[in-house]
Design a protein around this ligand. Structure first.
Ligand code: TGC
Ligand code: FAD
Length: 388
């Protein structure tokens, strides 16, 4: 029989356009050459090489779905495929790209002034400038409406006071998009690195997403000119609209992490011999492989469906929530099962599985926890808000 591709059991590939396949193949080759050989070491050391940002810029994936200002302007589906391939390498690499393109660049593209767009977007698309997105605070995670970071006007200037926590790319970033409460509602500010009173502190001892920089942002009487404020955003809708974009990339990415775990498990099951046979010849192991293949393929079909809806301009936030909830939960299940198939080898960084498994514990928490997305879906089904 023809060889089956585990991650493409359902011939999802045949539903892609030539252009989408080309973009996917280019990103897949980059991940294979540049990420896969080294990411275990980066994960173990808890670091991310800064030069990777420029390389991702050259690859064309930073803000690739945005129009103009040096961005590629691809379809949402093509962007999703890129996220899938990047996260098949490591969730931390997809995070870097998500935060740059879907959060920081999208915030400027959607809510920024023409000057802000001209100043930042071309450099960010090229990977010459890094962005981060500061919404979460120590006491304000799932409920960003409770944020304490405050901005007050002082003549034409603004003064920012507060703290942001768990910020991806924080200390790498040349510009932080910081969300703050003001007398005019929640507004966004562009805070360049080096601004007086603005410092960052990296968060260490993480056992998840180690090939990613996560920082605290400290804003101690930071004076900014009026031109630093994003003019278009005046409420929580500002940051939440950016989250839709990043969550969309994650629902694709999770399918990539799951695919990598499935591939490792299939490969291992056909080569590891116990009781005189490959472990893949035992029914219990075949059942696990079948279950994992089902989850990976179902997640990818769901991602493609949501991508097509997004390209048609019809994707709703609660549909993004369903994709993020379902695909990340599936990926976690696949990673945990694959880890068992690999036995003791499953706990080492010699194989990708436990790295993906640990990373997915962050992915299920950030960009809206699984509970938050369940409540968004429940709210849409019943018309009843169960958050408060
Ligand atoms: P609520 O009263 O429902 O809404 C306030 C305003 O926002 C609008 N809105 C949305 N707009 C666009 N997209 C959405 N998904 C929206 N959801 C709500 C809404 O229409 C309203 O607009 P307006 O104009 O009337 O003011 O807000 P709420 O306070 O009840 O909160 C709703 C809830 C809980 C769903 C929301 O707060 C939420 O999503 N919480 C989770 C927080 C979260 O996801 N944080 C992520 C931080 S960034 C991150 O984790 C990056 S990880 C790195 C990586 O991506 O790789
Ligand atoms: P909490 O909100 O305190 O939740 C704790 C628990 O309570 C969870 O299980 C949650 O589901 C549950 N819960 C909360 N409210 C309810 C409710 N109403 N009903 C039922 N259960 C509820 N943030 C950024 O702004 N920018 C970033 O770049 C960024 N990067 C991150 C990178 C990493 C590696 C991580 C781990 C986080 C990152 N975050 C970032 C923060 C992330 O978005 C938050 O962790 C997330 O929104 C959850 O907030 P919390 O951790 O404060 O948990």
């Amino acid at each position: 029989p023809a060889a089956v591709v585990p991650g493409d059991f359902l011939s999802i590939d045949s539903m892609l356009s030539d252009e989408e396949r080309d973009i996917r193949d280019t990103v897949r080759a980059f991940v294979q050459d540049r990420i896969v050989p080294e990411v275990g070491e980066w994960f173990e050391a808890g670091r991310l090489p800064r030069e990777l940002v420029g390389e991702l810029g050259k690859l064309g994936v930073l803000g690739m779905h945005l129009e103009g200002y040096g961005c590629a302007g691809t379809s949402a589906t093509a962007y999703g495929l890129a996220c899938l391939e990047l996260e098949a390498g490591d969730s931390g690499i997809r995070s870097l790209v998500s935060v740059q393109g879907s959060l920081a660049m999208f915030a400027i593209h959607r809510w920024g002034s023409e000057e802000q767009k001209q100043e930042w977007l071309p450099r960010m698309a090229a990977g010459e400038a890094v962005g981060c997105f500061g919404l979460t605070e120590p006491d304000s995670g799932s409920d960003p409406s409770s944020m304490r970071t405050y901005a007050t006007r002082d003549g034409d200037d603004w003064i920012l006071r507060g703290q942001k926590m768990w910020i991806t790319n924080g200390s790498l970033a040349d510009v932080a998009v910081v969300w703050a409460r003001t007398e005019e509602g929640i507004r966004g500010f562009l805070v360049p690195k080096g601004t007086k009173g603005f410092t960052t502190k990296d968060i260490h001892k993480k056992l998840s997403l180690r090939a990613s920089i996560t920082s605290e942002l400290i804003l101690d009487e930071v004076r900014l000119p009026g031109s630093a404020m994003l003019p278009g955003a005046t409420s929580l809708r500002g940051p939440l609209s950016c989250l839709n974009e990043a969550r969309y990339g994650i629902l694709w990415g999770a399918a990539g992490a799951a695919r990598a775990c499935l591939e490792a498990a299939v490969d291992y099951s056909t080569t590891r011999i116990q009781f005189g046979k490959p472990i893949g010849s035992f029914q219990i192991q075949q059942q696990k492989l079948a279950g994992m293949a089902l989850e990976v393929n179902r997640a990818t079909v769901l991602a493609l469906h949501l991508g097509r809806l997004k390209d048609a301009g019809r994707l709703r936030p609660e549909q993004v929530s369903m994709g993020k909830l379902g695909n990340v939960n599936s990926a976690l299940e696949v990673a945990r099962t694959a880890r068992q198939v690999l036995g003791a080898n499953g706990i080492t960084l010699e194989y990708p599985v436990i790295r993906h498994m640990n990373n997915l514990e962050s992915v299920v928490t950030y960009e809206g926890t699984a509970d938050v997305h369940a409540l968004v879906i429940g709210g849409a089904l019943t018309g009843i808000d169960a958050f408060r």
